[in-house]
Design a protein around this ligand. Structure first.
Ligand code: DGY
Length: 421
């Protein structure tokens, strides 16, 4: 049974493999996506180490000169997706989007390096990637934390990966829709529109893209110019964990300066994360930097913080929080709690379960010694796969498969969970 599931997952990954990068799924997402790619590399590493490194290399081959790693790389034209390269107009040799995504690559690189059987290949590849990943981490703190608070802001919901989270609703009201050029969505040709963001949200996504485009994608200007500046605890936890992991990788490779700088960014971030803790919700919350207030929306972003080395007492509280949420759903961990009025069980990031987020939460809890909850979350991932296949995401009440099918990172997480246990 275990081997059969691994084989099915491998087949999904191979189907979406384009040689030097993978698409998240055919049709809906026909290009290379940043965090999809880095997490998918973890799956490849179990059956083709060289291919895993190539996935990361391809991603970083398209890093901008300022250090940013874009969220989409448009390797081949495909008008089945909107917004395509002509909307972004970022003026890169191979077209890319102009925003970024959760920086999981540092974590993935260390994990692939530590488990590598081919030590020479791993050392060579990690050596080449190390300064590039580090440049990206420094880019975040230089461009997305202008006041040097220790935490970075996202300037577009797509950067979080949690596109239509309830967390953004209030702040999104400040993003206008006037002046948005007419467009036709393509995502709803490939996936059930009831599982996707609304048209109203799409207009605001595009308004932000147009705003940044008029500023020439100059990252020294975009943060302050954006009406959407959100300090997402989950995003920051990923960045902090990536810095911690990059420091370990740098130690292994004898790169002392990168190790010291990475540790310094991580410890400042961990200390600053405390300011996002909510006793009332027993989890972390987003901070809306444009208005200077915490966002009263206890979504999964505040639980994903378990991925970072937060204090043990906080990890214990997050376990309690997940346990409370579990009283109202069948599968952990819903992206928004079913108890909340905005919960929508099947709509993208407003309720559904995502295996990649589950994987990161479980990984952090395991390190914190919270083994029971980590095992419970992983079990739910496997139950979802057995019930509903390799979907993009799943309904937390009935396990219904949602969004795209044959999804690369879902398959990669299953391989990772099964092979590593
Ligand atoms: C999409 O197109 O749905 C993506 O989430 C944007 O990256």
């Amino acid at each position: 049974m275990k081997q059969q599931t691994i084989d099915q997952a491998k087949a999904v990954m191979i189907k979406n493999d384009r040689g030097s990068y993978t698409v998240p799924t055919q049709g809906l997402y026909p290009f290379q996506w940043n965090w999809d790619s880095a997490l998918s590399a973890l799956g490849f590493a179990h059956f083709d180490e060289a291919r895993a490194w190539t996935e990361l290399e391809t991603l970083f081959a398209h890093q901008w000169t300022d250090g940013m790693v874009p969220h989409i790389i448009f390797h081949e034209m495909d008008d089945g997706y909107f917004p395509g390269p002509e909307v972004w107009a970022t003026n890169q040799t191979v077209p890319t989007s102009g925003i970024t995504q959760p920086p999981v690559a540092g974590f993935a690189a260390l994990r692939i390096f530590e488990r590598a059987k081919d030590r020479k290949l791993a050392t060579d590849k990690a050596h080449a990637l190390l300064p590039r990943i580090h440049a990206w981490h420094k880019w975040f703190f230089a461009n997305r934390d202008p006041q040097r608070t220790g935490l970075v802001a996202i300037i577009h919901p797509w950067e979080s990966g949690r596109d239509n989270s309830v967390d953004w609703d209030k702040a999104f009201e400040r993003v206008p829709t006037e002046g948005v050029s007419p467009f036709k969505r393509r995502d709803t040709n490939h996936a059930n529109p009831d599982h996707r963001p609304t048209d109203e949200q799409y207009k605001r996504y595009i308004w932000l893209v147009q705003r940044f485009r008029t500023l020439g994608w100059d990252n020294t200007k975009l943060h302050d110019a954006s009406p959407f500046q959100m300090v997402d605890p989950g995003f920051n936890a990923i960045l902090i964990r990536a810095c911690v992991d990059l420091a370990k990788l740098a130690d292994e490779l004898g790169e002392e300066e990168i190790a010291a700088q990475s540790r310094s960014m991580a410890s400042k971030g961990i200390a600053a994360l405390e300011s996002l803790w909510s006793e009332e919700h027993c989890q972390y919350l987003c901070f809306d930097r444009a208005v200077g207030a915490l966002v009263d929306s206890p979504s999964i972003g505040g639980i994903l913080t378990a991925f970072a080395p937060i204090p043990d007492s906080r990890a214990q509280s997050l376990v309690q929080r997940i346990d409370t949420i579990s009283e109202n759903c069948s599968y952990l961990v819903p992206s928004h709690p079913p108890q909340e009025p905005q919960f929508e069980p099947l709509r993208y990031w407003r309720g559904p379960v995502w295996l990649i987020v589950n994987y990161m939460i479980a990984d952090g809890l395991l390190i914190a010694g919270e083994t029971d909850m980590a095992a419970r979350i992983k079990q739910d991932c496997l139950k979802l796969i057995n019930k509903s296949g390799f979907a993009e995401y799943y309904g937390p009440m009935n396990g219904e498969p949602c969004g795209g099918g044959s999804f690369t990172w879902t398959a990669a997480m299953v391989i990772e969970i099964l092979e590593a246990s």
